[in-house]
Design a protein. Structure first.
Length: 92
């Protein structure tokens, strides 16, 4: 995400691109667990469906209700929070 910001992508574009990448990485994790046989298909289907619906609704709400500035500040907050969490975990 930071690289996309440096490449002058708008905050809403960054959020949309990220929303496309997350399902691909999640699906690869699902396939790994499926191969190990540790997946309840019904629960996975329900959670997957809810994630798709939530992603769609969240993207629509973001584009209609929030300005570029608010989205950019939210992304900055998330990045700082994750950086702090990584730093805290590495020190403890």
């Amino acid at each position: 995400m930071p690289i996309l910001g440096l490449m002058n992508f708008k905050a809403k574009q960054i959020a949309s691109i990220t929303a496309l990448v997350v399902p691909a990485s999640s699906f690869s994790g699902f396939l790994a667990y499926l191969q190990m046989g540790d997946v309840d298909i019904l629960v996975a289907a329900i959670c997957g469906g809810m994630a798709v619906i939530g992603g769609y609704v969240g993207t629509k709400v973001m584009h209609r209700c929030f300005s570029q500035t608010i989205v950019r500040k939210f992304l900055a907050f998330v990045m700082l929070f994750l950086a702090g969490k990584i730093l805290f975990n590495s020190l403890s």
